[in-house]
Design a protein around this ligand. Structure first.
Ligand code: PLP
Length: 457
C-alpha cells in the first residue's frame, strides 16, 4: 500500500462506514467510562445498536452475515455461544465454591469476539507470548499473566507494557530480566514454573514431566537459589484430565516443594483440567483447591483453555470428490494438517456427522467406525500432504461430492492452530446461539487471498 491510493466507489463507501463504526464504538466506550456524559450519548448509542449488525456486515466486506444453518457455506468453524456460556457457568461455580481465580488460556481459545462474555465469568487471561499478552490486555483487560519457556529481551520489554504477572522457566532468565521487570513503572508479580516430576498421562508430547522436559524447574534446581522477589509458583502438568490427576500432582508438589509454599502469596495449577466434561469430579476439585488455599494461605489460580470451549464448536466441510484406491476416499474442502492439526499431532479421531439443520447433532447421528455401517470412507484433506487424512468412518449412505459433514468439538486448539498451508481456503468463523432458538449464524470473519498473501511478506 502507500502512494496515492485510488479507491473504487464501493471501497470508498466501505471506508466511510468503517469511520462511522469507529466513532460509534468510541461513544460506547465513553458511555462505560463516563456514565453521566455517556447518558447524553445513550440515545445515539441505542439507535446505533439497532444498526450495528448492518454496519458490521459492511465492515466485513459487505457480505451477508446471517444465514440458515442448513445451508451454511464451508469450510467454516461455528461456535455456539450458549455452549461457551454453559462451560463458563461451570467454571464460575468452581470460583464461587473455592475462591480460586480462573484465567482463560488463550493458547487454547482466543476467539476474542467472545471476550466480553468470558470476562463476565473469568478473572483474566494467560498468555504465551507478547502477541497473546497484548490481545489479552486490549480485548479482555482484566488480569494478564504470561509464561513462556524462554523470553528474549525484546519479549520482556514488550510484555511489561501489558502483563500483571510474568512467570519464568529458569533462575537464569529471572535474574537476567528482574531489573527490567522491576523498572517497568507498573506493579508486575514474578513467579517461577516448577516441574513436580509427576507424570499422570500417556501422551509424551503433552507431558511436561516427561524425561528431559525443558518445562519447569525441578526441585534440585532450587538448591542455593534465593526466592527473594518471587511471589508465587506455577505448574502445568495435566492434559484433558480429571481431578484425581490433580490430586496426585499436588501430592508430588507438596512432597518436593512444600517447604517453599508458605513464602508465596499465589500458586498457579496451570491448565489441563477438563472441568466442563460431563464426568469431571468438580467436588474433588473444589475440595483440593479449598484445602490447599486454607493450608498455605495462598491464592490459587487455574488457567484452563480447552475447558472453556469444550464441545462448543464444529468445523463444517463439504465433500469435493470421492476417489477409489482399494477404499473409497472422500476428499473434503478442509485439510487435516491445516485446520485440525491435533488430529495428526496428538493424534486423535474426531467425531463426524452428516450436516443437517442441527449443527450440534446428537451422538446417535455420528458416523461409525470403519465397517460398522454399510459404507466406509476414508476422509481426507485437499492439501498435497499424503498423510492429510482424518480417518476411516462408515455411513448408512455412500458419500458423494456435495455432501456436507460436521467435525465435532473443534473450537479449542484447532481454531488457534490452523495454518494456511498450500494456500487452502481458511475456514470462516461464525457464531451461533442455540439459546435464542433461531437457526441463524453470524459470520464474524472470512479469510481472503490478502490474509494468505500478507502472512508471507
Ligand atoms: C502453561 C499452560 N497453561 C495452561 C494451558 C491450557 O491447558 P488446557 O487447554 O489443556 O486447559 C497450557 C496448555 O498447554 C499450558 O501450557
Amino acid at each position: 500500500m502507500g502512494g496515492n491510493e485510488v479507491l473504487k466507489p464501493s471501497e470508498y463507501i466501505s471506508n466511510q462506514w468503517k469511520n462511522t463504526v469507529q466513532i460509534f464504538q468510541s461513544l460506547e466506550k465513553i458511555q462505560i467510562v463516563f456514565p453521566i456524559v455517556g447518558n447524553f450519548f445513550g440515545h445515539f448509542s441505542n439507535r446505533w445498536k439497532l444498526f450495528k449488525a448492518f454496519f458490521q456486515s459492511l465492515e466485513n466486506g459487505g457480505e451477508e452475515m446471517r444465514m440458515e444453518a442448513g445451508t451454511i457455506e464451508t469450510p467454516m468453524f461455528v461456535v455456539d455461544v450458549q455452549r461457551i456460556r454453559r462451560n463458563l457457568e461451570r467454571l464460575t461455580e468452581v470460583k464461587r465454591r473455592t475462591g480460586c481465580r480462573i484465567l482463560l488460556a488463550q493458547k487454547g481459545f482466543a476467539l476474542w469476539r467472545l471476550y466480553p462474555l468470558i470476562r463476565e465469568h473469568l478473572d483474566g487471561v494467560c498468555a504465551s507470548s507478547p502477541n497473546e499478552a497484548r490481545l489479552g490486555r486490549e480485548e479482555f483487560n482484566r488480569e494478564v499473566h504470561v509464561f513462556a519457556a524462554a523470553y528474549s529481551e525484546a519479549d520482556v520489554r514488550a510484555l511489561v507494557q501489558w502483563v500483571d504477572e510474568i512467570d519464568f522457566n529458569s533462575f537464569a532468565q529471572w535474574k537476567q530480566f528482574r531489573a527490567l521487570v522491576e523498572s517497568a513503572g507498573r506493579p508486575i508479580r514474578c513467579g517461577l514454573r516448577i516441574n513436580p516430576e509427576c507424570s499422570t498421562q500417556d501422551h509424551a508430547i503433552y507431558d511436561p514431566c516427561a524425561p528431559h522436559s525443558r518445562l519447569g524447574i525441578r526441585r534440585a534446581g532450587f538448591e542455593g537459589e534465593s526466592l527473594e522477589g518471587i511471589s508465587g509458583l506455577h505448574f502445568h502438568t495435566l492434559c484433558e484430565q480429571n481431578a484425581d490427576a490433580l490430586e496426585r500432582t499436588l501430592g508430588a508438589v507438596e512432597e518436593r516443594f512444600g517447604d517453599l509454599i508458605p513464602g508465596m502469596s499465589w500458586f498457579n495449577f496451570g491448565g489441563g483440567h477438563h472441568i466442563t466434561r460431563a464426568d469431571y469430579d468438580v467436588d474433588l476439585l473444589c475440595r483440593l483447591l479449598s484445602d490447599f488455599q486454607q493450608r498455605y494461605g495462598v491464592q490459587v489460580y487455574l488457567e484452563p483453555g480447552e475447558a472453556v470451549a469444550l464441545n462448543a464448536g464444529i468445523l463444517a466441510a463439504t465433500v469435493l470428490d470421492v476417489v477409489r484406491n482399494e477404499t473409497d476416499i472422500a476428499i473434503l474442502d478442509v485439510s487435516c494438517t491445516a485446520h485440525m492439526p491435533d488430529v495428526l499431532e496428538m493424534p486423535y479421531r474426531p467425531n463426524v456427522c452428516r450436516m443437517t439443520d442441527d449443527l450440534f447433532p446428537p451422538p446417535e447421528a455420528r458416523a461409525g467406525e470403519a465397517g460398522e455401517k454399510a459404507h466406509t470412507h476414508r476422509l481426507a484433506g485437499l492439501s498435497c500432504l499424503a498423510g492429510d487424512v482424518i480417518g476411516d468412518y462408515s455411513f448408512d449412505e455412500p458419500l458423494r461430492a456435495g455432501d456436507r459433514l460436521i467435525f465435532e468439538d473443534m473450537a479449542h486448539y484447532s481454531m488457534v492452530k490452523t495454518t494456511m498451508f498450500n494456500g487452502v481456503q481458511h475456514p470462516a468463523i461464525a457464531l451461533y446461539d442455540s439459546d435464542t432458538g433461531t437457526d441463524q449464524l453470524e459470520v464474524v470473519r472470512r479469510f481472503t487471498y490478502e490474509d494468505f498473501k500478507h502472512r508471507l511478506a
